[in-house]
Every structure is written in structure tokens, then in C-alpha cells.
Design a protein. Sequence first.
Length: 240
Amino acid sequence: MDFEIFKLNMILELWYIVLPMCVFVVFAARYLENILMSLLGFLLGSFFVSPLIIEWMGRVEFLSGLQQKLLENSTAHLIFVLVLGVLCGAVLYGLYKIFVFLAGFLAAGALGYYSTRVILQSNELGAIGQFDLNVLVPIGVGLSLGVVCGLIAVRKSSQVLAVISLLVASGLLSFSLVGWSYVLMKKIPTEEVSKMFESQPITFAFVVVLLVLFALSVLLNFKKRARVAPRESKSNKVNQ
């Protein structure tokens, strides 16, 4: 898959925005249920939606000039990314209930899809008629996992939203750690960081770091919440 379209080098170059926000989400997700959707929208809008829109501009004749200016002017590019992030955050906050399902679906679906792609990277499953199983299986896993998690998200929106935010934050932190290590090790410019996914060991390291950070962040948030709950119930009984 071509990861260059996402301009992943922006995650490294905007480390002063990515790292503080992701660390903040990881350590404080249990306190931020009311604004997690806005933070999640900002992260998704800034680092996933904005590069797709910029790429799309190049295919529209009257927007190609704007795309060129954004790519050539780093300040204008940064402003565009931040503004789009704020807009996505505002939209997700305003349409919270509608996007709870979509957030769960997209986050879990993407995780299932890309994880399956990594697992099947060196395996050839063959084809059924004109359909390549190496394409269909990841899509099927992603859709199935996405639908299941989307339905769960609707029923337990606050907890699932926290988990999704932790997953996104862990993914960005993992990419930052592995990406900077890859860039420094290879002594290449950050613009070439997407090439790290061409190496199976580096991709595996990224997935492992992501899962470790995600597991630790979930334990950090939900374990403490479980400890606080009994104390609150005891204090309520005493007051009664």
C-alpha cells in the first residue's frame, strides 16, 4: 500500500503538537470523556484527513494551484492542517452520537485491515475467480471488526471513545518513536519515513510498540477507574 499519500513525515515534523497531545490523552483519557471526541477529531483531521484532501486537490483543476501553494509554503500547510483539525474536532463534537459508531467502526476496521495486511504480507492466499484473497481477507476482517466495535461503541460510548482515543494516541506515539529511530538509523530525510513500512521487521516493530503502548494506556486509565469506583460506593453508603 502507498503510505506516501498520508504525508507521514508531518507527524514527525509536528512532534511539538503530536507528542504533548498524545501523552495528554494517554494519561488523562479517563478525565476527558466530554472532550475526547474533539481531541480525536483534531488528530484524525490533522494527520489523516488533511493529506487526503490535499492529494484530492491535485485532481481538481481549479484547486491544483492551491495544492501547490500548500505543498511549497510550510506555514500555509501548517495553518491548513491545524484549521482542518479544529473543524473536524468541532464537527465530531457537534455530531457526537452520529459519529460514535463511525469512530468505532473506522478505528477498529483500520486496525483489523492493516494488521491483517502485515500478517499476510509474505503469504499468498491465491484467488477465488477474479477476486484476490490477499485483498479480500483484510477488507473482510476490517469490515467485520469495524461493525462489531461500532455497535459496541453505540452501547458504551464513553468507554469505547476513551479506548479509540487511546488507540489513535498510541498509534501516533508508536509511529513517532519508530519513525524517528528509522530516520536517524538510515540517515534519511523525514520525507522518506513512509519507506519504513517497506521493511517487514520495522513494520513489526511499529505494531509491537503500538500494542504495548495501547495496553499500558488502557491499564493506566481503566485500572485506576476500577479502583476509584469501590471507594466512591463506600463513601456513598457512609453518607446514607
